[in-house]
Design a protein around this ligand. Structure first.
Ligand code: SF4
Ligand code: SF4
Ligand code: SF4
Ligand code: FES
Length: 951
């Protein structure tokens, strides 16, 4: 897409008919629309350049890239001049050299070549162009208007802007516009007075800049540069790996010096991110070496005892003896495990294998239970596969983009940038969200329809959209007739056509005016390729699974599945939530979503693992908590998950955790759950291990070890050690062998291997004999289940109703700079942008309660009470309040209830009836939380000191 033979080709690749021309006497054939500069790169040459780079459209400002074209007067810029058939181009001549030299000497008069000590020394494009042309100083002198002496802006914690090194090439401005889509930068003034300005001439930190780093990466000098580059020095090597934050799964070159990461550079050939990144993946990796990391295994008898540092072997032996004691005393089913969506596929696979094979129970679940389990249910039933249908690239062929209950600019920022690029090219946009998320209106983007529905009324909304499609004759009849089961379709058609499902009838429930629903439905059904992207605003409801069914119904009815540009696309939250589900982490399914009741599947796994597997599904996470409270569930192994912060009704969760006799937590930090643990296995960050993550587009990408595990063992090795201590042999020398086992056992993975991943870069499953290089688009020609199946989606209001006591609806979400429970991002400079969870409240509701921005607000629900600071804003609608859950002491989940999805138990985080009142002090729960936190940190400090003294 960008570089040629690993070198910056100056302008982006284009598609078109072939054109043959001659460059310096050699014939070269390139697509029509290619620049002469790129054609020269394709021919093996390199024309000097400063303002051009192959990730950005040509700009033509620096005039360094001049060439001669036979039959043309003057010296055209090769970056902005396109090839033509038969064109004869000369890229080198004495005249060109003199012209280029003159231009560079002018630049050097503003940017003297005092390169020693500059962070870009030996990697600066100006330095290298000057050297090639033999320019060492400027005949123009260094007087007059220059950028010299302008103060450096180091407000951003991760990069600095030194205007004295700026050559006003505008690459940063164009990167912000074209790649990121934030439009935070401009060039102000002309000639030597021109300068780069963030927002209204503000420091970067206070501007609209979202710190994605695209400008830094595009800067040809060190005017914009990463701070660690100056502190640590230039990297010695680069290791290709995958971001450990969100489900976009960006590929990075981790550039390291010794064992220290100098910077993370998004891979240009990364198929998920195409060379882009966000503030988390590019900059917020400092948590991996944070002082809070625990690097010694620890045990204790009671959670009020001090932690005792022990060897890995002692920790394994103690944990195993406790699990076996508990099974002997309370029965085999009294124990279980939880896999992590932040760990690798191989690690999740091993944890569920340990639970099923070593402990002999199906009591294994994963944190996807609380986010995307309805996606698995809904898409499996309608389409036949529990995953999104497209590759991210597909959005570039969409004509109508329908975003439901997702906030991509905060939750999936790199994909959001790609989506915004397509929207700027002219695609239409529909957003269904209770809040006016950024995408509703942002620079050069305006939603064609924003459907501001009331939280909890998704199914009513999708039914009313379907009603319009069916009753206005917008069904793609030929597609449905060919590809879907006729009887269920007819049943669905009859159902949605009923007058009770019309937008007019449902407007009172959804709060969305009927004409908006009708307009949006017509646009989606008739606007060309229609693609649906949805998030937790769809799944985390009592009717989460019903809504996923409804989305799939709508896509099938309009023929929007089975080719590029369309599809049903869940935007997965965590980096490996798709993978942890694929790996058999659910209590009812083995890897590849095969039910444990299926004897053939059990026999296959049983033979490989040398055990007899149980045919009955095990306990889901909420059932484990219930069983812990009723005394029948006593031991739990939790890898990389923090239910005490992330699961609903915190007080219920902590009561259940307190009732366990042995809780083993494997994590980087003493997270909230670990405060209830008896055994702590220190975890390893993504920089410390090998493995794979699977992103939201089913893309399996390699995670590669950049440094040795701080605690000596990678997470997969700790699971192997625990299994062996339990008396169950696991024998792997490298995670590639775990992947080989997954491939042997899982039909959608049979073609996956580390060798192939290394060769292809990444693979979208299914990858097997039928699709040896993977499957970017699913359901082409026919659905995985054969014929697509429609389901009737009756709207059933949630039992979580507002009333006089709880008149507001609380809904939750996330912000760009923090991530999930915040355990990683809170330990980075990202907290400079967001240092506490706040409550967004509409001005009307705030006025009724005498609440102003910054006031403490007590929020009470049927489950509990907490106190947050208020932000009064029209982003939320009257009657709705909103918060995030990135900080443990804000207790957002103290107030969320245990209401959950009827099919999967996914909690209804998005709808909690609450009251909000102005208060003066923290809640009782918060006071208790702080006391317990202090106590637990004290117990940890003793162990840390003891571990240090032993070293
Ligand atoms: S860091 Fe990203 S958002 Fe900020 S100015 Fe640079 S390109 Fe724009
Ligand atoms: S900061 Fe860098 S990229 Fe931006 S105009 Fe200056 S030299 Fe060019
Ligand atoms: S978009 Fe997601 S995967 Fe990509 S860098 Fe940001 S957090 Fe990482
Ligand atoms: S590189 Fe062509 S004008 Fe700057």
């Amino acid at each position: 897409m960008f570089a040629i033979n690993g070198k910056d080709a100056g302008t982006p690749a284009v598609e078109g008919e072939s054109v043959t021309l001659s460059i310096d006497g050699a014939e070269v054939t390139v697509p029509a629309g290619t620049s002469i500069m790129r054609a020269a790169a394709a021919a093996g040459g390199a024309i000097p350049k400063l303002c051009a780079t192959d990730t950005l459209k040509a700009f033509g400002s620096c005039r360094v890239c001049l060439v001669e074209v036979e039959g043309q007067r003057g010296y055209p810029a090769s970056c902005t001049t396109l090839v033509a058939p038969g064109m004869k181009v000369k890229t080198e001549s004495e005249k060109l050299r003199q012209l280029r030299k003159g231009v560079v000497e002018l630049y050097v008069s503003d940017h003297p070549l005092n390169c020693k000590g500059c962070p870009a020394d030996t990697h600066c494009e100006l330095q290298s162009v000057a050297a090639d042309l033999g320019v060492t100083t400027s005949p123009y002198g260094f007087e007059g208007a220059t950028h010299q002496g302008a103060p450096c802006d180091d407000s951003n914690p991760y990069f600095q802007f030194d205007p004295s090194l700026c050559i006003a090439c505008s690459r940063c401005v164009r990167a912000c516009d074209e790649v990121q889509g934030t439009f935070a930068l401009t060039i102000e003034g002309r000639g030597f007075a021109s300068r780069v300005v963030a927002s209204q001439d503000e420091p970067f930190l206070e501007s609209e800049c979202v710190s994605c780093g695209a400008c830094v990466e595009s800067c040809p000098t060190a005017a914009l540069s990463e701070k660690p580059l100056a502190l640590i020095g230039r990297p010695e090597k680069a290791v290709t790996t995958t971001c450990a934050y969100c489900g976009v799964g960006c590929s990075f070159e981790a550039e390291v010096k010794g064992e220290q990461v100098v910077r993370m550079v998004p891979s240009r050939d990364g198929k998920a991110n195409r060379g882009h990144a966000c503030v988390k993946g590019r900059f917020a990796y400092g948590y991996a070496t944070h002082a809070d990391r625990i690097t010694t295994p620890m045990i204790r008898k009671q959670i009020t005892d001090p932690w005792q540092p022990v060897s890995w072997d002692d920790a394994f032996t103690y944990a195993a003896s406790e699990f076996r004691r508990i099974q002997a005393q309370y029965g085999r089913e009294s124990v279980g495990g939880i896999t992590s969506s932040r760990c690798t596929n191989e690690e999740s696979f091993l944890v569920q294998k340990l639970v099923r094979a070593a402990l002999g129970t199906n009591n294994v679940d994963t944190c996807a239970r609380v986010c995307h389990s309805p996606t698995g249910y809904g898409l499996k039933h309608t389409l036949g596969e529990s995953a999104g249908t497209q590759a991210f690239d597909s959005v570039m062929k969409s004509d109508v983009i329908f975003v439901i209950g997702a906030n991509p600019t905060d939750g999936h920022p790199v994909f959001a940038s790609r989506m915004k690029r397509r929207l700027r090219e002219g695609a239409k946009l529909i957003i269904a969200d209770p809040r006016a998320i950024d995408l509703v209106r942002s620079p050069h983007i305006e939603a064609d329809f924003h459907l501001p529905l009331r939280p909890g009324t998704n199914v009513a909304l999708i039914n009313s959209i379907a009603h319009v499609v069916v009753t206005e004759g917008l069904v793609n009849e030929a597609y449905v007739a060919e590809r879907c089961e006729p009887a269920p379709f007819q049943k669905w058609r009859d159902f949605v056509s009923q007058p009770k499902n019309s937008p007019e009838a449902l407007a009172e429930i959804t709060g969305v005016p009927a004409e908006l629903v009708r307009g949006a439905a017509r646009l989606y059904a008739t606007g060309g390729n229609g693609a649906i992207y949805y998030g937790l605003g769809v799944t985390e409801h009592s009717q989460g699974s019903t809504m996923v069914l409804g989305i799939a119904n709508l896509a099938m009815a309009t023929g929007n599945i089975g080719r590029e540009g369309v599809g049903v696309n869940p935007l997965r939250g965590q980096n490996n939530v798709q993978g942890s589900c694929d790996m058999g982490s659910f209590p009812h399914e083995l890897a590849g979503y095969r039910h444990v009741s299926d004897a053939t599947t059990r026999a296959l796994f049983g033979a490989e693992w040398g055990v007899q597997l149980e045919p009955e599904p095990g306990l889901r996470i909420p059932n484990m908590f219930e069983a812990a409270l009723d005394g029948s569930f006593k031991a739990l192994y939790v890898q990389g998950e923090d239910m005490a912060q992330s699961d609903p009704n915190t007080q219920h969760v902590t009561a259940a955790l307190s009732a366990l006799e042995c809780l083993v937590v494997q994590d980087l930090f003493l997270n909230e759950t670990a405060k209830y643990a008896h055994v702590f296995f220190p975890g390893s960050s993504f920089l410390e291990k090998d493995g794979t993550f699977t992103n939201a587009e089913r893309r399996i990408s390699r995670v590669r070890k950049v440094m040795q595990p701080l605690a000596r063992l990678a997470d997969w090795e700790a699971t192997v050690g625990f299994a062996r201590a339990l008396g169950y042999e696991m024998n792997y020398s490298h995670p590639s062998e775990i992947m080989d086992e997954i491939a042997r056992l899982t039909p959608t993975f049979t073609g996956v291997s580390y060798e192939k991943l290394d060769r292809l870069g990444s693979i979208q499953w299914p990858c097997n004999e039928a699709a040896p290089e993977g499957t970017p688009t699913m359901h082409i020609g026919q659905f995985v289940r054969g014929k697509g199946r429609f389901y009737v989606t009756e709207y059933v209001p949630t039992s979580e109703r507002v009333n006089a006591r709880f008149p507001l609806i609380l809904t939750t979400g996330r912000v760009l700079t923090q991530y999930n429970v915040g355990a990683q991002t809170r330990r980075t400079a990202n907290s400079q942008w967001y240092e506490e969870d706040v409550l967004e409240i509409h001005p009307q509701d705030a006025e009724d309660r005498g609440i102003g921005t910054g006031d403490w607000v007590g929020i009470t629900s049927r489950a509990g009470e907490t106190v947050l600071r208020a932000v009064v804003t029209e982003r939320v609608q009257p009657g709705v309040v909103y918060t995030t859950f990135h900080f443990p002491d804000s207790g957002a989940n103290v107030i969320t209830t245990e209401n959950s999805d009827w099919a999967t138990n996914c909690p209804e985080y998005k709808v909690t009836a609450v009251q909000a009142v102005k208060v003066q002090r923290p809640s009782d729960w918060q006071r208790r939380f702080h006391e317990q936190n202090e106590q637990q940190l004290g117990l940890l400090r003793g162990a840390t000191a003891a571990a240090r003294s032993r070293q």
